[in-house]
Design a protein around this ligand. Structure first.
Ligand SMILES: [Cu+2]
Length: 103
């Protein structure tokens, strides 16, 4: 019972005060989707569905973040802090690229 109340609260807050959550999977050495449109205050949840480790980072000055070593099944969440579009890469697989447009 308690769990469902927390869940409902979380959904209610997620859709208003704290912006939307976007989910990006890492699968087949790709970010899926490869492009994303977000707003300041949104969050991006990085999943890893590959049977090996990934990483997601950006050098953007405003939205700078780094998931570190991200094992299979592990989630990492970043907050979109400012109006600055950026690219996300994986430090382990340089061919992986995600384009994030911030409105
Ligand atoms: Cu990777």
């Amino acid at each position: 019972m308690k769990k469902s109340i927390v869940l409902v609260l979380g959904l209610a807050l997620g859709s208003s005060a704290f912006g939307a959550e976007h989910v990006v999977d890492q699968l087949g050495r790709k970010f899926i989707p490869a492009t994303l449109k977000v707003k300041v205050g949104d969050t991006i949840r990085f999943k890893n569905s590959d049977p090996f480790a990934h990483n997601a980072y950006t050098d953007d000055k405003i939205n700078e973040f780094d998931t570190g070593m991200q094992a299979t099944g592990q989630d990492a969440v970043m907050n979109v802090k400012g109006k600055s579009s950026f690219k996300v890469q994986c430090a382990i697989h340089p061919e992986m690229l995600l384009d994030v447009k911030v409105d």
